[in-house]
Design a protein around this ligand. Sequence first.
Ligand SMILES: Nc1ncnc2c1ncn2[C@@H]1O[C@H](COP(=O)(O)OP(=O)(O)OP(=O)(O)O)[C@@H](O)[C@H]1O
Ligand SMILES: [Mg+2]
Length: 368
Amino acid sequence: MSAKVELCGVTKRFGAFEAVSEVSLEIAAGEFLTLLGPSGCGKTTLLRLIAGFEQPTSGTIWLGGVEVTHLPPYRRPVNQVFQSYALFPHLSVWENVAFGLRMQRVPAAEVTDRVRQALELVSLAGFDARRPQELSGGQKQRVALARALVCRPQVLLLDEPLSALDAKLRQAMQLELKRLQRQVGITFVYVTHDQEEALTMSDRIAIVNRGRIEQFGSPHEIYHRPATAFAADFIGQANLLDTRLIAADGSGARVRLAGGLELVLRAAAWPAGVETALVSIRPEKVHVSKSKSRAQSTFAEGETNMFEARIEEEVFKGATDHLILATVAGTRLSAVVANESALGEIFHAGDRVFCGLHADDLVVLRVN
Ligand SMILES: Nc1ncnc2c1ncn2[C@@H]1O[C@H](COP(=O)(O)OP(=O)(O)OP(=O)(O)O)[C@@H](O)[C@H]1O
Ligand SMILES: [Mg+2]
C-alpha cells in the first residue's frame, strides 16, 4: 500500500521568516521523490510538514486523497528515517524493530513474523541479538529502515539517511535503498543535498531553493533541460553564457555573447519577447578536437556551432580530461572529454583546438 502526497500552496513561517513559500507538489503513489537543495533551503521543514510535526501557516496537505493538514503525526500513514538513526541503545536489533508494533499492541505471533520479514528485507537476518553499538554505520541505518518499514507506512520520509556513512558505503546503500523501495512499493520522499545521490535514486527530483520549488522533473529532464541558473549549477557542472538575441526565425535563434562569439540555438528554446538570457551548456557537450574535420563530423549540417579556442588548462582525471578553453572572442568554456582509448586524442594546455556545440544542447534558462 502506498499513497499519493499532495502539497497545495503550502507556506510555513517561523516568526517573520518564511522557510517554505507557496509550495505545490504532487508526488505519485509508489514514487521515489527527492527534495534536493542546499543547506537551509527548507527540505527538513517540508518533511516535517508532511509528517505533521509542523503545521503550515497556509495551504493544505493531502495523503492518499485525504486532507491531513491538521491531523497529528500518529494519525498519518507516514513513517520516517533520520540521519542520526535514533536507535534505542539498550535494546537489541530485534527489540528496536519490534518496538513500534508493540506500542500498537500487535499480537506477539504477528510481531515475530513482521520483524523477521523486515530484517530479511534489509539483509540483517541473524543480527537479532546485537545491540546498536555492535553494528557498523550501514547496519545501524538498515535497522532504522527496518524499524520504519515494519509499521507498513504508505509513505516513508527519509531525511539525509545516508549522510553519516563514508562515500563507498553510501553508494552501495543508495542502490540498496532504491531496490528496497521498488520491492516494497511505498512512496519515498527523500531529502538530500547530494546531487549525485538524487540522480542515482529518484524517479523525480524537486530542486528546492529558498523555500521554493525551482524545478520538478525526472533526473534526465533536470540534467539535460535545467530551467534556471540555480538548477543548472546545482546539478552537475554548467557553462552559463550571457547572450543577446540577434535574430530568430522558424529554424533557429542566433545569439551573441559579450566577446562577439555568435551561436545558433533551437528557435523553440528562445522565449518570446526576451532580448537577453543566460544559456547553459554542459561541459561534456562541448566537443573538442585538434582536427577541424573531426570536430565537424560529430554534427549534421546546420546544427553546429564551430569555433576555435586555446586550451588554458588541462586536468587528467583518468576516465575523462577536464579542459578550460578560451575562445578567440574571449569566452571561457569548460569541457569534459572522455578518454575512450589509449590511442585517442591527447590534449595539453596551450593546444589550439576546434570546438563544436550542438544547437540542441544549448538550453535557455528562465530568470526568477
Ligand atoms: N523551528 C524553527 N524556528 C525558526 N526557524 C527555523 C525553524 N526550523 C527551521 N528554521 C529555519 O528555516 C530554514 C529551513 O530550515 P530546514 O531545516 O528546513 O533546512 P534544510 O533544507 O533541511 O537544511 P539542511 O540541509 O541544513 O538540513 C532555515 O533557515 C532554518 O534556520
Ligand atoms: Mg535538513
